[in-house]
Design a protein around this ligand. Structure first.
Ligand SMILES: [Zn+2]
Length: 354
């Protein structure tokens, strides 16, 4: 019998992760310090989807799987390593079939097609409430502040005049709390087939600064699809760029003068796929990697491992795309903690001073 690791983990992550050396207090369902980036209350384990975690920093407030936690903790570079770990944790034998059966039954309440449909309707309702960006609206001001001299008109970005900010409930099972309506930048992400699957929101002030809310940037619930991009510009030549952030993507456009598609976060960038219709056309993919600070990535054979998340995701994407015969260039910001947006601002300041 071929056992899929996904069939073993439902409701069992605290057990698996504790056995891998994680402190069991991380699974007490209360807000607390994050095992990866510290702090005091930014992290919480939740029972949703058979067990997942959220950190305001590491996962930007979104739920992430136990597999990702295991990868981060152990320093695994691929899902396969994490899956092997899970399989070897349970071992072989008769009892494993019972675990698989149990988990499949428990998993019945995962995101249903109905739920995905409701999430899509919600995404499209916000998107339809948005309007084109015009000179001096809050989104225009925000983008020109972040990317001085910006002279392209990005597609798939809109201005929402009054988007309600919902803060998550204080306790699991509580009610979300409204923190008022704010101007916002909306970005609609499409999957490889060109279908909308995710909406990214940046909450702003009328002057185009970041709004005073706990998380200025949020993604909606989505449809459970993890590979998507903001098709911000039409690819005309044979070169396409990808980035994590929208602002870094626009800065990369200014620096390199190529079309760039932001993927919104590192894991989504690692999973980026070229749409079928572009496969003959795009011969070169330029990956703009954030130059993140080193993060703790688990202990392997008694040695603390570190990695830079930006480079890690860029490298995952590069390896996969090279195998498809596309040339890959990874461009990383010059110094630690920097991204293309900082680099572009620095370049503008240098040329201004000369
Ligand atoms: Zn964290």
């Amino acid at each position: 019998m071929n056992i899929k690791a996904e069939d073993l983990v439902f409701g069992r992550w605290p057990e698996i992760l504790s056995a891998a050396g994680m402190d069991s207090r991380f699974f007490n369902l209360k807000n607390g310090p994050c095992p990866f980036c510290g702090g005091s209350d930014r992290f919480r384990w939740a029972k949703k989807n058979g067990g997942c975690w959220v950190c305001n920093q590491c996962t930007e407030g979104r739920y992430a799987s136990g597999f990702r936690m295991l990868m981060d903790h152990m320093g695994y570079r691929s899902f396969r390593e994490a899956a092997d770990h899970v399989r070897s944790y349970f071992g072989a034998g008769e009892h494993i079939q019972a675990i698989v059966r149990e988990a499949r039954e428990a998993r019945g309440n995962e995101m249903s097609p109905d739920q995905a449909q409701r999430n899509l309707q919600r995404i499209m309702r916000f998107w339809d409430e948005g309007r084109s960006i015009t000179r001096d609206d809050p989104v225009d001001r925000y983008l020109r502040r972040r990317v001085p001299g910006l002279d392209v008109e990005p597609c798939m970005l809109r201005y929402h005049p009054a988007l309600e900010y919902w803060a998550p409930p204080e306790q699991e099972g509580g009610k979300p709390v409204s923190l008022g309506k704010h101007p916002a930048m909306l970005a609609l992400a499409l999957d490889v087939h060109g279908d909308p699957v995710q909406l990214h929101k940046t909450f702003l002030t009328p002057a185009g600064e970041k709004a005073a809310v706990p998380l200025t940037k949020k993604t909606d619930y989505g449809l459970g699809i993890t590979s998507f991009a903001i098709r911000m510009m039409e690819p005309l030549g044979d070169t396409l760029g990808v980035s994590e952030g929208i602002e870094t993507g626009l800065a990369a456009v200014m620096l390199r003068r190529i079309p760039v598609w932001p993927c919104l976060n590192g894991p989504a960038m690692a999973q980026f796929q070229l749409p079928e219709e572009l496969k003959g056309q795009i011969r070169r993919l330029v990956i703009f990697a954030d130059h993140d600070e080193r993060k703790r990535a688990g202990v392997v054979d008694g040695v603390q491992k570190f990695r830079r998340p930006g480079s890690f995701y860029a490298e995952q994407l590069a390896q996969r795309v090279r195998k498809e015969g596309v040339k890959v260039l990874v461009i990383k910001a010059a110094s630690e903690g920097q991204d293309m947006a900082n680099q572009w601002v620095a370049q503008c300041e240098r040329s201004h001073n000369h």
